[in-house]
Design a protein around this ligand. Sequence first.
Ligand code: ZN
Length: 489
Amino acid sequence: MGTTLQLYNTLSRKKENFEPLNPPHAGMYVCGPTVYGDPHLGHARPAVTFDLLFRYLAHLGYRVRYVRNITDVGHLENDADAGEDKIAKKARLEQLEPMEIAQRYTNSYHDAMRRLNVLPPSIEPRASGHIMEQIALVREILKRGFAYEVNGSIYFDVEAYSKKYTYGKLSGRTLSDLMANTRALDGQDDKRNPFDFALWKKASPEHIMRWESPWSVGFPGWHLECSAMSTKYLGETFDIHGGGLDLMFPHHECEIAQSVAACGHDAARMWVHNNMITINGQKMGKSLGNFITLEELFTGTHRLLTQAYSPMAVRFFILQAHYRSTLDFSNEALQAAEKGLQRLLAAKKTLPHLKPADKSTLDVSSLAAGCRAALNDDLNTAVALAVIAEWIKNINAVKAGTDALTAADIEQLNADFTLITSDILGIKDDSQATDQKNLSADLINLLLNLRQQAKSSKDFATSDKIRNELAALGVTVKDSKEGFEWSLR
Ligand code: ZN
């Protein structure tokens, strides 16, 4: 642990100092969602992880360009080069335009991200808006001899690439592993080798999402968009490429091969991967019945949930683990996170109102120093939250009078606590949303209590006025023995 940020680079398999190519600028590309369904628990972890990195880099003084894409074309079922496009399939089932599906689920993704207090990226490019860039990239790879055309489709030639470069260096898979483990070609396939992957696919007659290209009317392969869009917005070499561990193979491995084939060198200098969320020890999957959308989580409407969990409890839960560890979801773990969050928010409220003393018995600099050391050590939020938990105890001890802080120390601690928990960790009090609903109810009750008073003092003009004006606003008031009842129309 030092004073500079160290990140674990999946490519070199070790922690490295973060030294951007062009300081104070820092470029980060993260694979975003394929927008064909509601955002789920699996989307929350990479989003929160890279939001934290985005916030922390900005805190360290970097001017970060954070690019997170939207995949709205080319992601075929089972991540293979065959099968229906995920978005087109959903569109067919719902009798909508594919772009209506993409828009609908982009909106719900954004809504979920806002609730998780995930900041929007600097640029959010869509694959369908970058077809020309993808065609140009295919052209370049073809020109350099690392791709071939069959019947209007273009495939990446892994064998030719492997003669010059190392395919599989990110995931550690070797070409001979791939040869042994990939399924045999089924005769329908145009590929020379089963481990080759599509750069461009000729569209079959029923395929709706299609574009003109020099080779056929078709669509780009899934891996291509990230290579094309990261280069476009961050340059041929950039600092960080992030994503979930599930994307490491084949998606990120193919991205590396494409960039190296087109430019002769790696595009991303550091690869950062977050580990996965399991549910009660199991991988999450639709067939396992443990597929929980964020909406279900926030409303408590999935059969595996014993209650609703606030977006902030989910964020806190994710931050409690180091991003490279697996994180197991269970009601107990979420409830524990909720309690931890409440303790943190309560301490934050208490802090500015502590009674100052003449002398401090605690060293307030240890909060910022401890959290910074933890975050510099490959974003260790688990350790940072442990440092914060220690300070929550200290704050309560000062409140109880067993410890003491001077006015200057209280002010410093308050500033550091807010900076770390709100600005860097992105933890806020999100009970506001519910509070707003409660506020309306409280205001109606307040008015009706005033009406009761008016009635008791025989001021019927005022009492009628309140009732009539509330009625005009849609609030129906009924007098009862106990006083009043009301309902919203
Ligand atoms: Zn990607």
